[in-house]
Write a protein that binds this ligand. Sequence first.
Ligand code: GDP
Length: 362
Amino acid sequence: MEHPENDKQYTGLTVNSGVAQPPVVNPYLNKRPRRKPLPAPSELVEGILKGDITALSRAVTLVESLAPDHYSIAQEVIEKCLPYSGNSRRVGITGVPGAGKSTSIDVFGLHVLRNGGKLAVLAIDPSSERTKGSILGDKTRMEKLAVHPDAFIRPSPSAGSLGGVARKTRETIVLCEAAGYDNIFVETVGVGQSETAVHSMVDFFLLIQIAGAGDELQGIKRGIMEMADGIVINKADGDNIGPAQLAQAQYRSALHLFPPTASGWKPEVLTYSGYFELGIAEVWDMIDRYFDFVKSNGYFETKRREQARWWMYESIDEQLRKHFYDNPQIRMLLEQNEAEVLANRRSSFAAAAQVLKTYFGE
Ligand code: GDP
C-alpha cells in the first residue's frame, strides 16, 4: 500500500495522494534575465550631467562593485565625467568616534547649503561592512542633511583594503562633481591610516577634537595633527566651555612646534558646539579664508595636481597587489612558503624570492 496510514487500523487518519508538481512553478522564470541589464555608460553619463540622483547612485554602485564588468563600465563613466569634475571644495573631516563628526557635518552641511549649491557627503571607513552596520554608514546620523534635496549622502564603500575603499571614494568624488555637487565632505574615523588617503583627495583637512578626554591627543597621532589645516574643538558648550578653551590653547602651542606647511597656511584652532550650533559660521569662515589663501598663492592647483599623480601610482600599486595575491598558483605557493618560514626551515627572503620568481615566470 502506498500510504500505510490509510490502513484500517489507523482510525481518523487518511492521507490523500499528492498532485504531481510541474517541474517549474513559473515556466517563464528561466527565460527572465537574472540580473537587471547593465546600464549603458553613455546613459549614465547623460543622467549624471543632468544632476539625476538615480543615475549618480547607480554609477556609484558600479564604482563600488567587485564585478569586473561593472568595473569597466564604471571606468568609462568616470573617464567621461572627468572633464566636468574638479569644480568643488573638497573638505576632509576626521575625529575619533564620539567627537561629534556626524552632528557637526549635519550643521556644517546646512550652513554651506544656505548659500546655495549642492553637497555630497562621502565616507572612508575600511573597517566597515554594510551588512553589519557601518559606523559611517548610517544615514540617520545626519538627520537634517539626509532629507535635504541638495544633499547626497553615501556611506563608505564596504570593507576591503584601505587603498581599494579610498580609491572608490576618490572616483565617487569625480561623479558627484560632474553631477553638480560643488561641496564635497569626506568623513573618516580619526584612528587609523585612512587619514592619509583622505588627505590625498581633499583640499582642506579638518580635525575635530574634544576637550577633557585626558591626554589631549586622544589617540590621534601626531601625523594626523600635522596634516590638519584646521583643528576644531567641539562641544564647547555649558560647563565644557572652559576645558575647550584650555584645549584650544594647548593645541595652538603644540602647532607652533610643527614645521611650516607646504601651502604657507597657518593651521588655526577654534572651538565650537555642533549640537548647540555655536561658532559654526566662524569655523566656516576659516575654511573660506583657507580657500581664498591657497587659490591666490597657486597652492590649490599644485596640490590637486600632486594628488592626481599620487592616485595614479596608488592605483597601480593596488592593481599590482591584487593581480599578485589573486593568482591561485601564487596563493598556493605563499601558503607553502609561509609554513616553511614559520617552521624556520626557510628564510623570509628566500621564500619571497621564490614566489616572485614564479610570478614573473623566470
Ligand atoms: P561621531 O561618532 O564623531 O560621529 O559623533 P556623534 O556626532 O555621533 O556625537 C557623539 C555624541 O556627542 C552624541 O551623543 C552627540 O549628541 C554628542 N555631541 C555632538 N556634538 C556635541 C556638542 O557640540 N555638544 C555636546 N554637548 N554634545 C555633542
